[in-house]
Design a protein around this ligand. Structure first.
Ligand code: SF4
Length: 450
């Protein structure tokens, strides 16, 4: 692998299935000097908390941090739209010298006066970590003064990698949860779904059909009041494990709510997950209804998938996404579409997830953790990928290389979960992979346009 690397320190983070015996290195901070595709700690915290619809999100820092994550998610709300705003203390040079505490207090007062939020999250950014404003004390004083929840999020960008931001967000959420003494049977919380393009509502409709109540989603379309009732659920299911694994573990420890991992990406994972939920609840009636749902939806969807599958013969996919569990689902989903994944990586995947990835992909597949753009370019080209699945930061890279692209991240406007999502995904693969635009490439061989 050495000859293919741009930075030698990165060698342990990249492996080729079948050629190397040692496990991939992961779950570590980025190598200094590498421009990693990872987002910062603050961004990790913001993406978890932002979909809480009635919260005000106040970024204590320079204006650039707030604009970095402003309205980046396609999370939908059935109620308040307050979460769509980004508020910032807009720290300037003199605040860096004299401290930004007074400015933060004034910003909270102004927010309360104008919007009357029940809940304010105050995010720490790099500069606040450096100058040392006492976020905890300021938030506590503001909460007492206004009699609302003002929760500090310790997310200075430099204190670790994006995973540290997930944990900071989970710690903030844990402050909201309250034991009510009530436990509802067949009631579940859905962790790690951010209701992008209404995905949580799709899963809710499946669960309703099975006779299961969706109690609270963390955090898609949730509110401060809903989150407080989360302790009443009898089971937690977790889609994005990278962002909510810590929260699920804490809820099991503190409130005795067991959890299972699920994935609603692709036909196989959706069916498996519905069965697992019924089994975890010990609900035979739900299991019976799940089979009816799975049979009906599979019969409806499979012919559509098969139609697209015929267009994709011989095409190769590359995947670079945030978490390992999504990467695993995408390998299976591309298999359903008749495509091989030839390069796969994540920003925050964990050891056990990389082991599963390694067991699923074919020999010769390049697997890489915390990649940088130079590596992605090098390996996509070397592996002959026709398509990249990634997020907003990977889109320009794919297009500049003349490679089709699918956004599987925050700012998309169509659902990719469940049976509806499986069709959307196949349709999107087709529309980008088989677009006539590729006919204008000098060496095009992608035309399969009908
Ligand atoms: S918190 Fe730090 S790394 Fe993150 S956007 Fe702000 S300045 Fe950049």
């Amino acid at each position: 692998m050495g000859e293919a690397l741009v930075v030698s320190d990165r060698e342990e983070f990249i492996t080729t299935k079948g050629r190397q015996k040692q496990p991939i290195k992961c779950d570590a901070d980025s190598i200094a000097g590498c421009v990693s595709q990872r987002a910062c700690v603050y961004c990790g915290a913001r993406v978890v908390l932002n979909p809480i619809t009635d919260a005000a999100h106040l970024v204590h820092g320079p204006i650039g941090c707030a604009s970095y994550t402003w309205d980046i998610r396609g999370s939908l709300s059935s109620g308040s739209e307050l979460y769509r705003n980004a508020f910032s203390t807009d720290l300037q040079e003199e605040d860096v010298i004299f401290g930004g505490g007074k400015k933060l207090t004034a910003a909270i007062d102004e927010l309360v006066g104008k919007y009357q939020p029940k809940l304010i999250f105050v995010y720490s950014t790099c500069i606040v970590g450096v100058i040392g404003d006492d976020l905890n004390a300021i938030c506590k004083a503001a909460a007492l003064k206004h009699e609302i929840e003002v929760i500090p999020v310790q997310s200075s960008g430099f204190i670790g990698n994006k995973s540290a931001g997930y944990r900071a967000a989970c710690d903030a959420i844990l402050q909201l949860l309250q034991p009510t003494g009530i436990k509802k049977a067949n009631s579940i919380n859905y962790l790690g779904d951010y209701n992008l393009a209404g995905e949580a509502w799709i899963i809710e409709s499946y669960l309703r059909e099975m006779g299961i109540e969706l109690n609270v989603v963390f955090t898609g379309d949730s509110s401060s009041e809903k989150l407080k009732t989360a302790t009443q659920a009898s089971l937690n299911i977790m889609q994005c494990a990278g962002s909510t694994n810590y929260l699920a573990g804490k809820m099991e420890e503190l409130y005795h709510i067991p959890y299972i991992r699920v994935s609603f990406l692709g036909l196989q994972d959706t069916a498996d997950s519905l069965r697992q939920i019924a089994a975890a609840l010990g609900n035979e009636e739900a299991a019976r209804k799940a089979e009816i749902l799975i049979a009906r939806e599979s019969a409806r969807i499979q012919p559509v998938i098969d139609k697209y599958r015929r267009k994709f013969a011989g095409k190769k996919a590359a995947v670079y996404v945030g978490g390992g569990f999504k990467a695993i689902s995408l390998i299976k989903q591309f298999r359903e579409l008749g495509m091989e994944v030839v390069m796969i990586g994540t920003q925050t995947g964990r050891k056990e997830e990389y082991e599963t990835i390694n067991s699923l992909v074919a020999d010769g597949t390049v697997i890489l953790d915390d990649a940088n753009p130079a590596e992605l370019e090098r390996f996509m080209t070397k592996q002959g990928a026709n398509l990249l699945v990634g997020g907003v930061k990977e889109r320009p890279l794919a297009y500049k290389l003349g490679i089709a692209f699918i956004d599987h991240n925050h700012d998309r406007k169509h659902p990719l979960s469940g049976y509806v999502g499986a069709v959307n995904f196949a349709r999107e693969v087709y529309s980008t992979l088989c677009s006539p635009v590729w006919n204008y490439l000098p060496d095009h061989d992608r035309g399969d346009v009908v």
